[in-house]
Each structure stands twice: as structure tokens, then as C-alpha cells.
Design a protein around this ligand. Structure first.
Ligand SMILES: [Zn+2]
Length: 494
């Protein structure tokens, strides 16, 4: 299996997986097909945008009729789908029922015998919030089965996914990711997140992603196993997830649940259909009570959101989109903020330059790599003598030119950014759009950067002047800085 990254933004990417003669573009979602209960026929899945499906090899293994047909004609023929098929191992059943009647090696051999394109060993999903000892023990079992699983898969010349567990212990998630990477898989699955999705526990979901991704090679595809709600795609992709799977489209439809990129609504309580997909178009809320039609809407909206995410990557606006989507749920918003603040590795993989503008979308923007880089870059500026800091709309170009002619170093402030005026046309400063109303959070970040400037260059400075009406209330906190009104400039700086 080959994975090629074509476009990047944040930690998100548009990639291409070459798999057994098929090509899959990521990020994408694999609709979950239960071969016993087909809500939407798999051969219609391409109409929605599906390029790859996932089915459960354990369900096939346990059902005599399906088992026989799958071994005889292969899983593609069983599902009637002309495209790659990934097979899960029964780990989900194991997590729900506590036991399965198959061994890890046996289920991997079975996945091979039915011609699956991506095999998954029988890992042990650990729920969130369990005792540490259980999380550690479960992880050892998963690692052991993964080591054995790789041998089976390599002997069969098969593509295999490495499941990452560790419950809500971030060090275990990272350890799991590092050891799985050491063993070496074709792709990596972040597992054990279904209960987090069900509970809207986006904080733990994002923590699991960020900790796992910190141990996985950047150029390997990552599957967020069991996450299929469109409201999380932008955030999860921005943090480096490439593959999702959805049983939600069908399961939710059975309970009258209408998926949107802002959350899940009960169709029985709705009066309007805010969607013009082929399932909603020309139909009423009453028509959508029918589970198959509702499942179709759920799939359309799922793939539509992925196209929105991909276009945002292409335009360099993924972090802005993630911010917007995160506003749909307070816990998703705090999760995104945590992810950007704590995912040190995100900065390393974020492109340095973009054609698009940096949009300040709220406090989470403060933790974006561009802002962090600005603070760190301060040490490379070579500042000294007299320095003037100003906010662009407070001073006109002529005044600035005169001040520069007097040998004063001029720095612009576009909170949260602070940078030498010479860089004002470079990314992200030149293209940044920050609101004129400056909230206290952005002030604090700008003050932090100015403090950094003082720390690094304090001894080189003769005087530091700040012109910026909105700064009056904040900069008294800083020692060694004089605050000036624009009209005072001429008398003070000569
Ligand atoms: Zn619709």
C-alpha cells in the first residue's frame, strides 16, 4: 500500500492511497456495511462519494451462509462493491460483549481468505476512564496481538492496520503509537473512541488523537476508528486524521436521527429540512421518518462535509473551518483549543507560507502554529537602539518613514502578532485579518510577545515607545516601555 500526501494545511492533508489496483483519496469515510442488514446497497455507495467500504469480518465469520459465500467468491462479491474493502476483526463485539469466539490469528487468516484489502488484528478496545492498570494490561494484549498479526499479514502479503489503544491515558496512547510504529504497519487506527463520540466527549477524543499522532510517522495514514459524525471531521482532519468510518448513517436513521455538520437532530422534532441533498430535495420531514431515506440523507451530508474539508485544505483554510465547526459544541471548541495548545508536533508539520489569509477566529487562533512561531521568531530579529511599536491604523506611512529615517526600529503590532515592519508583507502578517476590536486574550498574547522582545533584547534597547490607542489599558504591565499618543511622537523622538 502506498500513501502519497498531495496537499497540506495545519496537520491535515489530502492524500492518495494506492491499494490493490484501486486509488482512494483521503480524507475519506468508509461506510460500515453489515452484510446481514443492508440499509443501502453497497453497489450504490459510489453515488454518495464512497471510495472504500469497511465491513466486519467477525459477523461474516460467524454466519454460516455469509462465511461460505465470502470464502468462495470473496468479500467484494459478497458485498457487490467494485472497490477496496477494509475488514474489522470483531474487536467492537469484544468491547461490547466481553468475548468473541475467534482468535486474533484465526480472524486475520479469515480476512485473507475472503480477499480483504486492509486487515485489522483483534485488538482490545479499552473504554475511557478505566483504571490505569486495566488500560496498561489491555494495551499489552493489543501490542502482543499486533506483533503476531504483522507476521500473519506479511506471510499473506496483506495490508495491515495497527490499532492504537491506551484509553484516556495520554502517555499510554503515545507509548502505544510509538511501539506500533516500531512494529511497522501500513496504516494506524486510533481505537477506543466510540464511547467518547457517543458522550460528546470531544476533549478526550482530541487528546487521544493528539497523543497518538505524536508517536505515528507523519507520512502514514491514520484512521479514527468509530468516528463517523460530520461535525468532527474538520477538527479531526486538522489534527491529522485521514480515514473515518461510519455506522452512524444507518444506526442513527433507525432512531430518526438527522445528521448535520452542527450536530444530530431528531427528525420528529423538525419542521424544516435545511438540506437539498437528493434525499431531502422535494421531500418533507414526514418523508424523512423512513429510515432508508434518512440514512441516505445522513450519508450525503457526511460526504458533503468531507468535500468541504478537502476544499478548505486546498485553499489553506482548514484551521479556520475547524474553528467554525468547533463552535457547534462547547466541548468541541475547548477540545480544538486544547489540541492546538498541546500538539507540539502540529507546528512542525504546518506549512510556513500560504496564499490564503490568516483569519483570527477567536481564542483558539492564539494557539495556531503561526502565532507560536511569531513568538519564537523574536530571537532572530536583531533589534536594538530605539524601538517603536505601533498598530497599523494608528500611524500613517509618512510619519513612519520619518521615524525610520531617524534610525528608529519600527515594529508593527497586529495582536496577537508583533513583527518588524520589514516583514509586514510576509505570511502570516501581511495576509492576517484580525478584528479591530481587540479582546483581552489577544492583548495578552501580544504582550507576551513584547515581553519576549524585552527579554531577548532588553540590554540593546535605549528606549521603547508604543503607539496604539487600544493598548493604553494593557501596557502599564510592562516595565521599560513608554506609551505615546500619535501627536506626542514628534516631540519625543528626534
Ligand atoms: Zn439531506
Amino acid at each position: 500500500m502506498d500513501f502519497e500526501i498531495k496537499r497540506k494545511d495545519g496537520a491535515g492533508r489530502i492524500g492518495r492511497i494506492d491499494l490493490g489496483g484501486w486509488r482512494v483519496e483521503t480524507p475519506t469515510i468508509m461506510p460500515v456495511i453489515n452484510p446481514g442488514i443492508l440499509t443501502i446497497p453497497p453497489n450504490e455507495m459510489r453515488e454518495f462519494g464512497a471510495e472504500i467500504l469497511i465491513t466486519n469480518s467477525y459477523i461474516i465469520y460467524r454466519n454460516e451462509r455469509l462465511h461460505e459465500k465470502a470464502v468462495e467468491n470473496g468479500v467484494h462479491s459478497l458485498l457487490d462493491f467494485d472497490g477496496p474493502v477494509m475488514t474489522d476483526s470483531g474487536a467492537y463485539q469484544l468491547s461490547v460483549y466481553g468475548d468473541v469466539e475467534v482468535g486474533s490469528e484465526e480472524i486475520l487468516e479469515f480476512q485473507d481468505s475472503i480477499g480483504s484489502d486492509i486487515h485489522v488484528p483483534l485488538d482490545l478496545p479499552t473504554p475511557p476512564g478505566v483504571e490505569r492498570e486495566r488500560a496498561e494490561n489491555d494495551l499489552e494484549v493489543t501490542l502482543q496481538r499486533a506483533r503476531e498479526g504483522v507476521k500473519v499479514a506479511r506471510a499473506n502479503d496483506a495490508v495491515i492496520a495497527g490499532p492504537i489503544q491506551g484509553s484516556t491515558y495520554l502517555d499510554l496512547r503515545r507509548k502505544s503509537a510509538l511501539e506500533m510504529s516500531e512494529i511497522g504497519f501500513d496504516l494506524y487506527c486510533i481505537g477506543g473512541v466510540v464511547p467518547m463520540m457517543e458522550e460528546y466527549d470531544f476533549e478526550n477524543l482530541v487528546k487521544a488523537i493528539v497523543a497518538s499522532k505524536s508517536g505515528i510517522p507523519f507520512n502514514a495514514p491514520v484512521h479514527l476508528f468509530g468516528a463517523g459524525h460530520p461535525m468532527v471531521f474538520a477538527v479531526a482532519v486538522a489534527l491529522g486524521c485521514d480515514l473515518f468510518d461510519s455506522a452512524a448513517y444507518a444506526l442513527f436513521a433507525k432512531r430518526n436521527r438527522y445528521l448535520t455538520n452542527r450536530g444530530t437532530w431528531n427528525v420528529k422534532e423538525m419542521e424544516y429540512l435545511p438540506c437539498s441533498c437528493p434525499a431531502c430535495h422535494g421531500n418533507s420531514v414526514d418523508d424523512l421518518m423512513e429510515p432508508e431515506l434518512l440514512a441516505r440523507h445522513n450519508l450525503y451530508v457526511t460526504f458533503r462535509e468531507l468535500r468541504v474539508v478537502k476544499e478548505a485544505i486546498r485553499r489553506g483554510e482548514l484551521l479556520e473551518l475547524a474553528s467554525e465547526r468547533a463552535r457547534s459544541h462547547p466541548r468541541l471548541h475547548s477540545a480544538l483549543k486544547w489540541g492546538l495548545e498541546n500538539g507540539d508536533w502540529i507546528e512542525e508539520v504546518t506549512p510556513f507560507s500560504k496564499k490564503s489569509a490568516f483569519f483570527y477566529t477567536g481564542e483558539e487562533s492564539m494557539f495556531r502554529p503561526e502565532v507560536m512561531r511569531n513568538k519564537e521568531a523574536v530571537g532572530r530579529y536583531r533589534l536594538g537602539g530605539e524601538v517603536l511599536l505601533f498598530i497599523p491604523h494608528d500611524l500613517d506611512i509618512d510619519t513612519l518613514d520619518q521615524i525610520e529615517d531617524r534610525g528608529v526600529q519600527v515594529m508593527e503590532m497586529k495582536p496577537p502578532f508583533v513583527y518588524p515592519k520589514e516583514l509586514s508583507r510576509t505570511y502570516p502578517f501581511g495576509q492576517s485579518l484580525v478584528p479591530t476590536y481587540v479582546d483581552s486574550g489577544r492583548h495578552k498574547q501580544a504582550v507576551k510577545t513584547i515581553e519576549e522582545v524585552l527579554k531577548v533584547y532588553g540590554d540593546n534597547f535605549e528606549e521603547i515607545y508604543i503607539v496604539g490607542s487600544v493598548y493604553k489599558d494593557y501596557l502599564w504591565e510592562l516595565d521599560g516601555v513608554s506609551y505615546l499618543e500619535p501627536s506626542q511622537l514628534d516631540s519625543v523622538i528626534d
